[in-house]
Ligand binder design. Structure first.
Ligand code: SPD
Length: 288
């Protein structure tokens, strides 16, 4: 089944072969932006109750009402697990939300950002300024390139790598394969940590088990966490993590009051709690 998104009677429905037979619908007030870029269809909608919404190839990437949950957790879980992250690489996430979160860490000295589709960045700068503010950080260096090809060129460089990919369909597909994860591992400094968009254990069991298998094979320390995101399929999404040293399931350093006061989802308590999985998922991963 092909991805498609149609607005019917003012409602957008997210239909995708990755979660067959079920779909989330949001009431739309206005189409703010719509463009077929070199890589994908980019749409930004004004929803009635959930702020603006970014959709790529018919799949919801974020809504302003709950984006903080995903961006905070995908960024702060690996960054706080690391004792002193200085050099960070972010792959994907042209909206800038992950960069906004990484930028909250004063210990971070450089932030390389690799995104395949410059049009997503341009659209976010225009319509999603609360996320695209991440690009204003002077530590951010933008590389418009294919994330897989780019990472294979990087060696022993990063303390933390965060992969904010779309789903394994379209341009994001290659980011769910072992050669990409091999590249991520080689790009890490000793003690480095990777955190990747880990799909959903209710709807994407096959993909999730594949990611866990890959990271278990490549990393001595491996873990899988989940985040509650009401506008993602099944209301949740995972983070797949691998580490060359630091423990992942507890913060490796304290959070300052200054950062904690800026956040809505991440806390040291939820850092530990997000690794406690439903029993079926725990068993599924233990069997790998
Ligand atoms: N099923 C949707 C997964 C989207 C993950 N990426 C979101 C980008 C937000 N920065």
């Amino acid at each position: 089944m092909k991805n498609y998104n149609k607005i019917k009677q003012g409602w957008f429905s997210e239909l995708c072969s990755l979660w067959p037979g079920i779909s989330l619908s949001l009431e739309i007030e206005e189409v703010l932006y719509s463009k077929k870029s070199k890589f994908q269809q980019i749409d930004i909608y004004q929803t009635k109750n959930h702020g603006k919404m970014l959709v790529l190839d018919g799949i919801i990437q974020l809504t302003e009402s709950d984006e903080f949950a995903y961006q905070e957790m995908l960024a702060h879980v690996p960054l706080f697990a690391h004792p002193n992250p200085e050099n960070v690489l972010v792959i994907g996430g042209g909206d800038g939300g992950i960069l906004r979160e990484v930028g909250r860490h004063d210990c971070v000295k450089t932030i390389d950002f690799c995104e395949i589709d410059e049009d997503v960045i341009l659209a976010s700068k225009k319509f999603l300024p609360d996320l695209a503010c991440g690009f204003a950080d002077p530590r951010v260096k933008i590389h418009i390139a294919d994330g897989n090809a780019w990472v294979q060129e990087q060696k022993n460089k990063y303390d933390v790598i965060i992969v904010d990919s779309s789903d394994p369909i379209g341009p994001g597909e290659v980011l769910f394969e072992k050669p990409f994860y091999n590249g991520l591992k080689k790009a890490l400094r000793s003690n480095g940590i990777i955190a990747t968009q880990g799909e959903a254990f209710f709807f994407n069991k096959e993909c999730v088990t594949k990611l866990v298998k890959i990271t278990k094979e490549l990393f001595l320390v491996q873990a899988y966490a989940y985040i509650l995101v009401p506008t993602y399929p099944g209301g949740h999404i995972g983070i797949c993590l691998g580490s060359l040293g630091p423990k992942l399931t507890k913060p490796g350093r304290d959070i300052s009051e200054k950062i904690q006061n800026q956040l809505k989802y991440y806390s040291p308590k939820i850092h530990e709690a997000c690794f406690v999985l439903p029993y079926f998922a725990q068993k599924m991963f233990e069997a790998i």
